[in-house]
Design a protein around this ligand. Sequence first.
Ligand code: CP
Length: 304
Amino acid sequence: MKSLISIMDLDERDINALMDTADDIVARPGAYAHKMAGKKLASLFFEPSTRTRLSFEAAMYELGGNVIGFSEAQSSSAAKGESVADTVKTVSCYADIIAMRHPKEGAPLVASQSATVPVINAGDGGHNHPTQTLADLFTIRREKGRVSGLTVGVCGDLKFGRTVHSLLEALSRYEGNRFVMVSPEELKVPSYVKQHLKNNHVPYTQTTDLSQALPELDVLYMTRVQKERFFNEADYIRLKDSYVLTPQKLEGAKGDLIIMHPLPRVNEISVAIDQDPRACYFKQVLNGKYMRMALILMMLEGEK
Ligand code: CP
């Protein structure tokens, strides 16, 4: 695989192979400790990140490789007006693989057309976040034992929440999944994602009522309202606390529900829920590192 721009660049077999590799990394980390010796990852983050950037970097170090990069556009020559294309042509001279986050939708795709090394989309604007989806799928498989036959609720900012777009596309590849999409009217999932579900005959419903949806869910995927994508602060303030999950609200939920969130959390999940055995969002963080290790291996070594 040359680059990973969308989760749809991976087929079901690729995703299953990545999860198998990640399981093996969890079981036998020592066997992977030198696999990327002599290789370099460039982490080019034009937009803030804690988990994605640091987990890519931790992943490369744990594979025995090295990391170069920047964590904000202002500390790169983008601040002087350099194009994404010229930046990645340059970085291709220094690194074997690039992980790029950018506020503009499509920037990693543009980068992949100019880079001479593989590019991984680490989040592009309100569009896609395929490696978060790999973390999410691996978490679902480890917690539920499968990624099929599930009723999955996605809740919050479904318009700008790029992790949701990639997750819905990925889960629609697996049989028997259905989605309950919970959001304010203004933050419904974009039509291109709904079209994808329709084209693949994946059942879904849309609602504004989380409490009503909760009892039927196997997976609840909460998201924050994406402040940085709003043009109007008043709209953000009006919508930001549309859904706040509390222990009381969970009373009607299944005992084996899993509660997920790509993080960062603002106010969508009460910290009291962190102690609930159904809370999986910090497991997602750790699983993201293992899946990024598996992905780097697949892309640089073809290991499946
Ligand atoms: N989930 C996620 O993308 O987190 P960061 O923005 O901290 O990378």
